[in-house]
Structure formats: C-alpha cells, structure tokens
Design a protein around this ligand. Structure first.
Ligand SMILES: Nc1ncnc2c1ncn2[C@@H]1O[C@H](COP(=O)(O)OP(=O)(O)OP(=O)(O)O)[C@@H](O)[C@H]1O
Length: 303
C-alpha cells in the first residue's frame, strides 16, 4: 500500500563546529499542510535542503512512500528554495516550460502546465517578461509556479510567504491548500506565525537544530497553563496582581489576561473581578502560536 508520507528520520548535520541539525525527526502526512517554524539559524533551510538532496546529511534518512528518497524520487518533489532559483534573463513562460521538461514532462504537457499555473497565479500579462524585470512578489509567484509545474507528489517550500502582499498571500495560501487537498504532503517554513496557525494542520518548532515540539496547535497548547481573559471596566490597574497563584500576562485597557498556576482556582479571579464592579468578559484563552513559539524557543536556553 502506498504511504505518501514524507518522513525526516533523525537527520543530523554539522558545518564545522556548528551543529545545524541534531537528530531532527518529523513527518508530513498526505494531504497535510505542515508549518516548519524556528528562529533565524535554527536549521529549517538545512533540513529542507537535505530533503531535496541539495545537501547530504551526516546521518539520518529521508523517506517517502516508505522508501529512502532517491534521485528519481526527488524529481517528484516541488521545491521553492530560500535563495530562489530562477534564471533572471529567461522569460516567465519559457522558464516554466523548461523546468517542467527538466522534470520529465513532454513538451506539449509542459506548455499546458506552464500556461495553467501562469493563469492561476495571475502572471498572464507577465508571461513574456524576463524574470529579472518582475517585482519581487511576482518573481515569487513564478517561483511557486516553478515548484508546481511538474505536478509534484511532495511540496517543500522555504519561506514562500516572505515579502508577499496580502493578495498574493491569499493566492499562495489557496494554492497550497488545494495542493494538499489532492493528497500531497506540503511543508513550508515561515516566520509569519499567525499565518502558520491559520493555515497549517500541524506545526513543528525547531530550536538550535533540535525539534522541540510538533503537533496540531491544539496539541501544542495542551499542558500549557490555563489563561483567562477578564474584562472588568471599573477594575483599577493591577487589580489581579496580588491574587494567589495568578500571574498577569497583559493588561490592555479594561481587559486583563491572567495565567493560573497549577491548582489555582479561576473562581477566585472571578470573585476578585466582580468585587471591582461589572464583569463583561470571563473566558478561557487559547494561547496563540506566537506565544507557544516564544515559550518553546526560550525554555531551557541560557538567555
Ligand atoms: N553552508 C553552510 N556553511 C556553514 N554553516 C552553515 C551553512 N548553512 C547553514 N549553516 C549554519 O547552520 C545553522 C542553520 O542554518 P539554516 O539556514 O538551516 O537556518 P534557518 O532556520 O533556515 O534560518 P533562517 O530562518 O534565518 O533562514 C546556522 O547556524 C547557519 O549559520
């Protein structure tokens, strides 16, 4: 039976003294959008390059369909490299046709596919322009088209959203969702965590070459301390600061976010809020991915 899961299994890579990856493992399942996040220099690009075979791992293995990824299988991966990889002087259509043929499509198929993606990504008026004459955002659209033009079985995209305007972000998001919906595993790196949270089925967080968390945002939230949002318009600033087992995360106008220590009672917070006057909101809050990320990348580090 086919198992179209992309598996990174204990990948390690050093550059001299620098340990870029230390036994990094995660998998991207068929039909899944997987967000790969981590601070600058955490190892995302290195891991993606190893998946593509642009770099060799010191140890560990990449598998797809249950088998180690070979050179032939790599031609079935759509890749958007961080450094981008287009020929600046080639025209958009020519470039896409060329890349599609390089990946094994017959000339007429290559043409058809290139035209399809040019239309889908809003590049019709630019199809005979040299890539170097396009705006950066449009170059990025061409780069996405280049990753998709050979109808890949896997998509690996290094920061595909960086530098895109909101419309282009929507187009990119939609295309990635559609591609995943056809059963393709899609992994992309990004520093735009709100976008990752909105778009991805699962998220992996890497810190200094080690995976520190992977799962759905709900799974990553499990075990996090309970947080409450309390809106009490007449409460004086700092009203919650002295409550036992309560840590004030933020105070924004009349709205206060507090975190409870294990065993602390949310009713104590409610009573304290009510003692100040009316309470307009009292809800449990799911920490956003940015907060989980901040905790994951700072926990256990020296700073
Ligand atoms: N070719 C190389 N030679 C030496 N060191 C390298 C090389 N490529 C990466 N590194 C180092 O490996 C570590 C991981 O880098 P990598 O580019 O994978 O991080 P990243 O998570 O993609 O970062 P960013 O978010 O900034 O793109 C960094 O310390 C980087 O300096």
């Amino acid at each position: 039976m086919l198992d179209r899961t992309l598996v990174l299994d204990r990948l390690s890579k050093r550059f001299g003294e620098v340990v870029a990856l230390d036994a990094v493992s995660f998998d991207v399942r068929p039909g899944e959008l997987f967000g790969f996040v981590g601070s600058n220099g955490a190892g995302k690009t290195t891991a993606m390059r190893i998946v593509l075979g642009v770099l060799a791992a010191d140890s560990g293995e990449v598998r797809f369909d249950g088998r180690p990824v070979t050179y032939e299988m790599r031609t079935r991966i759509g890749y958007m490299p961080e450094e981008r990889g287009l020929y600046p002087k080639m025209k958009v259509l020519d470039q896409l046709v060329y890349l599609a043929q390089l990946h094994g499509l017959a000339p007429n198929e290559a043409h058809r596919s290139a035209e399809t993606w040019i239309a889908r990504l809003g590049l019709a008026e630019r199809r005979h322009d040299e890539v170097q004459k396009l705006s950066l955002g449009n170059q990025q659209r061409v780069q996405l088209a280049a990753a998709l033009v050979h109808d890949p079985d896997v998509l690996v995209l290094d920061e595909p959203f960086s530098g895109l305007d909101p419309i282009a972000v929507d187009v990119m998001s939609q295309v990635l969702r559609e591609k995943a919906a056809t059963g393709v595993p899609v992994v992309f790196s990004s520093h735009q965590l709100d976008l990752v949270e909105r778009l991805c089925d699962r998220v992996g967080i890497i810190r200094s070459g080690r995976m520190v968390a992977a799962g759905t945002v709900d799974e990553l939230t499990e075990g996090a301390a309970t947080q409450l949002t309390v809106t009490a318009p007449q409460a004086p600033p700092g009203w919650a600061a002295a409550l036992p087992g309560v840590h004030v995360v933020s105070e924004n106008g009349t709205s206060t976010v507090v975190e409870l220590s294990p065993g602390a009672d949310d009713q104590t917070v409610l009573e304290a809020a009510l003692a100040t006057g009316p309470v307009r909101e009292f809800t449990r809050r799911r920490p956003p991915l940015t907060e989980l990320f901040r905790n994951a990348v700072t926990q256990g580090s020296e700073q």
